[in-house]
Design a protein around this ligand. Sequence first.
Ligand code: ADP
Length: 362
Amino acid sequence: PEDEYLSMPWFGMDIGGTLTKLVYFEPKDITPGEQDEEAESLRSIRRYLTKNSAYGKTGHRDAHLQMDNVEIRKRKGSLHFIRFQTTDMGNFLSLAKQKGMAELVTTVCATGGGAFKFENDFREQVNMKLAKFDELDTLIKGILFAEIQNRTECYYYENARDIMKSEKKAFDFSQPYPFILVNVGSGVSILAVYGPDNYKRVSGTSLGGGTFLGLCCLLTGCNTFEEAIQLATKGDNRKVDKLVRDIYGGDYDRFGLTGDLVASSFGQMHLKDKRSSVSREDLANATLVTITNNIGLIARMCALNEKMDKVVFVGNFLRVNPIAMKLLAYAMEFWSNGTLKGLFLEHEGYFGALGCLLQFNG
Ligand code: ADP
């Protein structure tokens, strides 16, 4: 059965609660002989995936994340990173069938809940078997591989204590252990990672990226994640939240709480006149700040408990979301008096799918 995994095309798939992530390996070392023998359908799939950047209604290739000159199972090539909404799985399967996937006997390595949910659909519609892997195992494998391949994978925010001045800077993550890993997808999982094959899931929360997007759509009438982030960028949570100064008239000095800290998220919204003066932008910003700070707090408690000083944040909640990343960086640094460091990775939501593709990397 090992041979089945070795026949091209090579994919790794992470079928999540919101987004499906697909990593595709494009071989770049094809010999002329191989080229002659290669099935037309295989060639056409390769062309389709690598020449386009949009697929169907919600499919996108993140060209800026492409990794070149990688070696996997003794083959050299490029890795392509593609995502689409999991609700579009039906369309994805029809497209795959139309492109001749069903004629190629293949096993695809898959992870995420959807690897279970859609297993029969894959078999029936495109003749593909799913080799299923655990999403947290593959998440860590993907992170370690990306760190080795890409020297600028990991970064932090310099001057994290001053959000206006904080700036992205490369971080040397070649000695990663131990670290806390916070995966912010639809929901949140928090792991303590001690070594390459040694980790435990220490906590989690259902208040995650899905909560941000869901509440934002309800409160502002927006329809997409991109729109929600755009609104949040232009808004001000202080019109929505109740701050320490709204309660104290200034700082709560005795315990070092400054006046501009949020005392109560959405705490002003019970007042009719305040409600009528907030904008959609303010509501989007407050939702983002609420969810992000809550994740930051739980992550910090986990780091404290595990006595670890590096906290790595991944997951697609962080996609095009510098507000959340800077807030998390600030929260780690400020509330720990500089002992904790928030770290981020360029391939944010793709590590599970990447780790999946690497499963038979002998
Ligand atoms: P999952 O595996 O649960 O789908 P992801 O790591 O893919 O988790 O993250 C999903 C979250 O990413 C969403 O809840 C949302 O907050 C955010 N997100 C980023 N980009 C998008 C997008 N294009 N569509 C929907 N959600 C997105």
